[in-house]
Design a protein around this ligand. Structure first.
Ligand SMILES: Cc1ncc(C[n+]2csc(CCOP(=O)(O)OP(=O)(O)O)c2C)c(N)n1
Ligand SMILES: [Mg+2]
Length: 332
């Protein structure tokens, strides 16, 4: 597993602070989305607490607006890092008319964002992987220097779509990064019940591509690895797979009870490796962040999410007669 002892390069402190801020914002937003469900104010929530280093670190390696991004439902941090406002994510959570992804039609967290080349997905696990291979194939045929990144969990690698997509991408040497956020569970199924190997990245070799396992709770390692992999893709050196080992703190979704399949001791152990604490400690130790500045970042995130929740909850619902739009043919 790659864990790089990254020296903070000079002149990069703003970048790392910005990453840290987006990780904090993602956590506060995820926590709040889950709480809103528990308070009966949102019908369903799926969130990314614990995955922030994997999500924000990898998204910071992209050329936003030029590269294609196919997130999965847990990727609150990817969207926040790309610049989607928490308010817009919350409009989706509340199924409001102004939800930029679908006007309140899609399940929450099934984002699309055409200007940022964020492509929506269905809830069918791994279905977005062949889409990513197809997009990368088009980029290659058109001779564009853009890269596609597709996100998924380790459970998705048990699906045929994963194998078909990686195989196709390898045969055609496509500029696509397969980014696996391995949190050790597919709902209640632990990794041991899903596969007889330790690392998802080992699967890459079976298709003739490179796979790397990284410490997914270390934002700097994720950033550095994803940057390098994207650069290789841009140079036409074919697809790559990154496996970021991490953990999700919340239940799978608001419809899950994780106490039935994992111990509190295991959860506790992972919170000691928290990705946000880790980056904070690193930035404090390197003098990039001060305790006061940290307090200000956290307070600003709380304020931003408080205001966004209040505004999104007050936003108008879609009109009733809008429900069947795009479902049945409409009179001309
Ligand atoms: C084809 C298919 N099978 C089953 C499901 C139900 N399902 C939804 S999420 C999920 C677990 C996916 O786990 P993983 O890929 O590891 O991602 P994680 O949620 O852990 O981040 C399952 C089985 C589905 N949506 N699609
Ligand atoms: Mg998983």
């Amino acid at each position: 597993m790659t864990t790089t002892d990254t020296r903070l390069e000079s002149g990069t402190s703003d970048l790392y602070l910005s990453m840290y801020r987006d990780m904090v914002r993602s956590r506060v937003l995820s926590d709040r989305m889950f709480a809103l469900n528990r308070q009966g104010r949102a019908a369903f929530a799926v969130t990314g607490q614990g995955h922030e280093a994997a999500q924000v670190g990898s998204a910071y390696a992209l050329t936003a607006g030029a590269d294609w991004v196919l997130p999965y439902y847990r990727d609150v941090g990817v969207l926040v890092a790309l610049g989607m406002k928490p308010y817009d994510i919350l409009l989706g959570l509340f199924a409001k008319a102004g939800d930029p992804t679908s006007g309140g039609r899609q399940m929450p967290c099934h984002w699309s964002w055409p200007e940022m080349r964020v492509v929506t997905r269905s809830s069918v696990i791994a279905a977005n992987l062949p889409h990513a291979a197809g997009i990368a194939y088009a980029s290659k045929l058109l001779g564009r220097g853009e890269v596609t990144i597709v996100y998924f969990g380790e459970g998705a690698t048990s699906e045929g779509d994963f194998h078909e997509a990686v195989n196709f991408a390898a045969i055609h040497q496509l500029p696509v990064v397969f980014f696996c956020e391995n949190n050790g569970y597919a709902i209640s199924e632990s990794q041991e019940k899903q596969m007889a190997i330790l690392h998802v990245a080992d699967r890459a070799r079976g298709y003739g591509i490179e796979g790397q396992t990284v410490d997914g709770n270390d934002a700097l390692t994720v950033l550095q690895t994803t940057r390098w992999v994207i650069e290789e893709c841009r140079r036409g050196l074919g697809p790559k797979l990154i496996e970021a080992k991490t953990y999700r703190y919340a239940p799978h979704t608001s419809s899950d009870d994780d106490r039935r399949y994992r111990t509190r001791a295991e959860l506790e152990e992972w919170t000691r490796k928290d990705p946000i604490d880790r980056l904070r400690n690193r930035l404090l130790a390197d003098g990039v962040l001060t305790p006061d500045a940290d307090g200000a970042i956290r307070a600003a995130a709380q304020r931003e999410i408080d205001e966004a929740v209040e505004a999104a909850e007050r936003a108008p619902d879609p009109p009733d007669d809008d429900a069947f739009r795009y479902v049945f043919a409409e009179d001309a």
